[in-house]
Design a protein around this ligand. Structure first.
Ligand code: ACG
Length: 479
């Protein structure tokens, strides 16, 4: 189970108010004890943006985050605690202020070939596929391709030297001790058709690119972990995920949240066929990276409006096969609404102290969605056994304890009875079901087995009979 970590907002080790590697190292034990055995480090390379996705130098750690030595200390400690660490690498583009782009603007080789320049006036009409934003921008009289905005020129991987450079970058981070990568924007490596002059995903070409990258990493480290971010429909996600071994299941995140919000088990069962469902099959070729939120989305409590619903969504999520990813702060029920123009609210500082400050507290931006004195800080929640944090932690504990929820289990069928959601799964020869109450009312059910345990919420269990309260989940074995 991975914890998605934005260093900037987590724990400050040097007193400048900005989270860093030194601080995160101090808090590795917290992450482990909460229930995680992996960390997805959001980009830590030098960057001009607060989120880090526009890199100025792929070989440098953002000085605000620390040094190579501090990264190695972080990794050593994580490994001691038996945690894997994967790094987010946005290879699709660089910052407009990067040395590569500045040299390219001056016509210096090979850098000039590493970017895509407007060659035909017709190309200028091309628009970003999902929201029609412009994809060309101008600097020093030269017009360059930039799908993610004018501050991030796209790299042009038709250049062979750039492909070699990308391999070197990945090897560099593996040599420092990283266990693998989260590949950002994986479907965007080749997303402009020169023949047609429009934005069009070149999936086959992209897949070949990623195959080369993965093979090159494996030559150095056979068991490198790869996770791909392909935010798209299941058929596209499937195409890519087999190469990587783990692929984020974006459609699943919507289905879970919508079903809980609509209090509709039918919505879940009807729409699960629209998610990358073969990732839950017995014969699956890759694992789904399962999640409900990430840094590009509204936080769970803000989306589902109540904490009970948020915990239900987490228990449904963690009942499914796959590799879970949880965004930092979700375990505390932090709030935050995604806004494409200023997507900072869901990147707010982790709330360590009730008064809003103290040793290690990050302060790079002011609180907005998560104010002090709201009884939501870790300080308060950690000592209250019924707090959101402690309930969340119990669900994580449950998944970690019941190994068959994690390894090699597969979903057999999904059904609805008495308006309860049943997810039937198998592990080796054992059959089990997780049962979730998405309704407003308490539900009664008599099972064929009395091997029943509560996952989350409230349930009166007497032998094989159960009253399951709203927003609660149970697990039934030996069916
Ligand atoms: C990654 C990072 C993100 C980062 C970048 C750029 C990429 O997580 O933080 O931005 O480094 C697209 C890309 C993703 C990208 C997001 C932000 N995420 O594909 O790689 O944008 C549609 C499109 C998707 C699109 C999504 C976004 O198809 O391609 O993601 O919309 O809204 C159904 C459909 C599905 C559809 C969804 C939503 O599920 O099946 O196709 O997705 O509905 O409608 C960062 C910053 C940015 C900055 C950039 C440089 O966050 O602000 O500009 O860095």
């Amino acid at each position: 189970m991975y914890y998605e970590l934005l260093l900037r907002s987590f724990f400050d080790g040097n007193g400048d108010g900005i989270g860093d590697l030194k601080g995160a190292t101090e808090k590795l034990k917290y992450i482990k004890e909460t229930g995680f055995d992996g960390i997805w480090l959001m980009p830590i390379m030098s960057s001009t943006s607060y989120h880090g996705y526009s890199v100025t130098d792929f070989y440098k750690i953002n000085p605000l985050y620390g040094t190579v030595k501090e990264l190695q200390e972080f990794l050593n400690k994580a490994h001691e605690l038996e945690m894997k660490v994967i790094l987010d690498v946005p290879l699709n583009h660089v910052s407009v202020t990067s040395r590569w782009f500045l040299k390219a603007l001056d016509g210096e080789k090979p850098y000039e070939d590493w970017f895509l320049w407007l060659e035909n006036e017709e190309w200028f009409k091309a628009k970003r596929p999902w929201d029609d934003q412009p994809v060309w921008s101008e600097k020093k009289g030269k017009i360059f391709y930039c799908l993610f905005g004018s501050s991030c020129p796209d790299l042009n991987y038709d250049s062979e030297t750039l492909n070699e450079e990308a391999k070197r970058i990945l090897k560099y981070w593996l040599e420092l001790g990283l266990d693998g990568f989260r590949f950002d924007a994986a479907k965007h490596i080749h997303d402009f058709s020169i023949e047609k002059g429009i934005c069009e995903y070149q999936h086959e070409k992209n897949i070949q690119f990623w195959k080369n990258m993965c093979e090159s990493c494996k030559e150095y480290k056979e068991d490198t972990i790869f996770v791909s971010e392909v935010w798209d429909d299941p058929d596209i996600v499937n195409k890519y995920s087999e190469i990587f071994g783990i692929g984020f299941n974006f459609p699943l995140s919507y289905v879970i949240k919508e079903s809980v919000l609509k209090e509709s088990p039918e919505h879940f069962s009807q729409n699960m066929k629209h998610v990358a469902f073969n990732a839950f099959d017995k014969e699956r070729k890759y694992e789904s990276g399962i999640f409900v939120t990430n840094h590009d989305m509204t936080r769970l409590v803000s989306e589902l409006k109540t904490k009970e619903k948020a915990l239900l969504a987490i228990s449904i999520l963690l009942s499914l096969p796959g590799i879970p990813f949880i965004y930092y702060g979700e375990e505390m029920g932090m709030k935050g609404i995604y806004n494409e123009l200023a997507n900072e609210q869901q990147l707010e500082p982790f709330m360590w102290y009730e008064i809003g400050y103290g040793i290690g507290q990050t302060e790079w931006k002011a609180y907005s969605a998560n104010p002090p004195f709201s009884y939501e800080s870790f300080e308060i929640q950690s000592i209250n056994t019924d707090s959101y944090y402690n309930q969340f932690k119990k669900i994580l504990y449950f998944r970690n304890k019941f190994e068959y929820l994690i390894r090699n289990s597969y979903i057999e069928k999904i059904k609805i009875e008495n308006n309860l959601l049943f997810i039937y799964s198998c592990f080796n020869d054992e059959k089990f079901a997780t049962v979730h109450n998405l309704n407003k009312y308490k539900k009664h059910y008599r099972f064929s087995s009395d091997n029943i345990v509560k996952i989350n919420g409230l349930a009166n269990i007497k032998g094989n009979e159960v009253f399951i309260y709203p927003n609660s989940s149970i697990l039934v074995r030996e069916l």
